[in-house]
Design a binder for this molecule. Sequence first.
Ligand SMILES: Nc1ncnc2c1ncn2[C@@H]1O[C@H](COP(=O)(O)OP(=O)(O)O)[C@@H](O)[C@H]1O
Ligand SMILES: [Mg+2]
Length: 354
Amino acid sequence: MNTDERASVGRVAAPEPGRVLSAGDAAAPAASVAASDFGKVAVLMGGTSAEREISLLSGTGVLAALRASGVDAHAFDPAERVLHELKRDGFSRCFIALHGRHGEDGTVQGALELLGIPYTGPGVMASAIAIDKVMTKRVWSAEGLPTPRFVRLAPDERTRERIRTVPDEIGLPLIVKPPREGSSLGITKVAGNEDMQGAVELAGRYDLDVLCEEFIAGDEVTCAVLGAGAGAHALPVIRIEAPDGAYDYQNKYFTDVVRYHCPSGLPEAEEQEIRRLAVAAHRSLGCRGWSRADLMIRRRDRKPFLLEINTSPGMTSHSLVPMSARAAGLDYPALCLRILGMAALDAPAVARSA
Ligand SMILES: Nc1ncnc2c1ncn2[C@@H]1O[C@H](COP(=O)(O)OP(=O)(O)O)[C@@H](O)[C@H]1O
Ligand SMILES: [Mg+2]
């Protein structure tokens, strides 16, 4: 492919600030960046987290899409190579397609800050807060954003007596989960006091702390956000329909019993409220680039609650963010370019050279 072809295939619309992206306008041309302007790009994929396999799928999809758009993109697995080779090998940007620990938690972001290589998605602090559902909920509570009531149990608080009192505080049923794990691993819905101990022990196998959270019965939705600050805008909401609300690891990745609706089919006012909350959740943590918030809408009064925010969401062509982007007129390769186009560093150049 010659340079002109590459440039025309790879032109990507930059997001316009201050507006909610709606169907039809996501692909509208604005300021554009040529694919060749990105330089040599590393797609970070794999890694050592429990979500390694999913990351390899995300990364393989992103790599193919970027290459098809004319970007000089290469796979880079931090489980197989040390990160400083990125500098040695002349990479000028990274697309982070890692999930979970050491990929989505601020650590790889910190390493890239030190190397001075711009990367996709939120920076160090936003990533580190978002990976921890307890810290995230504390920020949201402080900002007045709705999130289910919760109790955090540190290792020294997990006595039988303390565990027994949790249902008195947040009611039953409740959800027990490890605060820093993804993909619904170690999560239990607890219906009666007798199940508490086992649920806490299970979650404790995945994490130091255990999060006990009020169960919200209702509709499950997820909403992606692109951009940063006043320029952050939501993509269309996806409504997730799982049998008996069983949206667990098995159903998420290995069955086709879960149905995804985008457009969501929610009343317009609810759709807009979810989008507003997703943008507020993103901005409250100081996220940039992209994120995807998971929420529940309580059946009895239609009140929405934020569950968590994912700062490096699944990115196979069948994943949720690409599905939502498509509904807004932004196809998978264009979405990959859009996200890559927002790659940045926390530290301004002047701070790094000081
Ligand atoms: N408080 C809650 N009320 C109802 N369902 C919940 C609650 N917390 C989690 N769930 C269910 O468990 C799934 C996974 O929980 P989530 O907090 O999103 O963690 P992760 O996706 O990181 O595993 C959610 O998608 C939802 O189906
Ligand atoms: Mg989730």
